[in-house]
Design a protein around this ligand. Structure first.
Ligand SMILES: [Zn+2]
Length: 335
């Protein structure tokens, strides 16, 4: 029927009428190549261990890493970022700066298992320091920036030596990308790209990850109780552009924004401003919220998750780090 009050000339609904039409005019596409799976490798367990706040995410024993990676690969995931759960912690995280340490072992194992996949080394110290901060502590109780960037270059050389395809520094220290780039170049790794966590915010959405990776703060009285002196203030958008620009000037090849959902405006601005490969981290708290809503029957996990990942791409992400990578790859490959 036609309304006696108004007849629209423009009818947007024409192109939404059938599934085939919707498929034809869709602007944004998600593919398995867009997915990067973060995973936790625990050097002190023999059976995989559930993480209570992240249903269906596990800490994996080192010995099971090859098998788990093969399973993920056969589901269609081809990009992995590894996080160590260390029991050899000290004030600087020295275990991660030496051959034979957990970082070196897990990257070697992953690369040997999947030589044709992208094995990304997250380089930072919070998983390897006894105080849980992202670098050694200065006398004032805060992280010592310049000591950290010297160490993180060493850690990056170790990761590259183990076979890492991409080095991803996440500590938000000033000058860390330049220090890493110089260290890699001096050691014959000039072809290894750097994916900089350019805009990483001091977010409470990381809570479940901190449990998973065993790097909560608060163990020592003289040490800062949060990461607000190095991670960014969630209120700041212009500053994220300055951070991203600086990382590119220092030699970063790719950029990351973290967290994801509450920071899609930052992702969009960074992509628009620099047009370099830009990634978003769909963090543990975002995963936990969705799983909790699903468990209560309030939201459907799969459809909401796929809509979420698509929204990252629409905002400008070239890829997404997500704990849902295997689920998403399976869904994409089934369709
Ligand atoms: Zn860190």
């Amino acid at each position: 029927m036609t309304s006696k009050y108004f007849t629209p000339e423009t009818r947007h609904r024409r192109l939404r009428k059938t599934a085939a039409l919707r498929d034809l005019v869709r602007e944004t596409h998600l593919t398995p190549n867009d997915l990067i799976l973060p995973l936790f490798v625990d050097e002190d367990i023999t059976e995989k261990q559930a993480i209570s706040s992240m249903p269906n995410v596990f800490r994996h024993p080192e010995k099971d890493l090859p098998q788990f990676l093969k399973e993920c690969r056969s589901s269609g995931v081809n990009n992995f970022i590894l996080f160590g759960v260390s029991y050899n912690k000290d004030d600087e995280g020295r275990d991660s700066m030496k051959k034979g340490g957990l970082l070196h072992r897990m990257i070697s194992s992953a690369k040997d298992t999947l030589p044709d996949s992208n094995i990304i080394a997250d380089v930072c110290f919070c998983e390897y320091t006894d105080h849980g901060h992202c670098g050694p502590i200065a006398e004032d109780g805060d992280v010592d920036n310049d000591a950290t960037i010297e160490n993180i270059a060493q850690q990056s050389i170790i990761a590259a030596d183990a076979g890492a395809d991409i080095i991803a520094p996440s500590g938000m220290m000033d000058g860390q990308v330049a220090s890493i780039r110089a260290g890699l170049d001096e050691n014959g790794f000039e072809q290894i790209p750097v994916l900089a966590y350019a805009a990483k915010f001091a977010s409470t959405y990381y809570g479940p990850f901190r449990d998973a990776a065993g790097c909560a703060l608060g163990k020592y009285d003289h040490v800062a109780k949060d990461r607000k002196s190095y991670q960014m203030d969630p209120a700041n958008a212009h500053e994220s552009l300055r951070e991203a620009e600086q990382d590119l000037l220092e030699g970063a090849d790719m950029l990351m924004v973290k967290p994801g959902l509450a920071y899609l405006d930052i992702l969009h601005r960074v992509k628009q401003a620099f047009q370099v490969p830009t990634f978003a981290y769909n963090v543990s708290g975002e995963y936990a919220m969705l799983k909790a809503a699903h468990a209560n029957g309030w939201l459907d996990y799969e459809t909401t998750m796929m809509e979420t990942l698509l929204s990252f791409k629409r905002a400008g992400a070239d890829g997404i780090l997500t704990y849902s990578a295997v689920d998403a790859a399976r869904i994409l490959n089934d369709n």
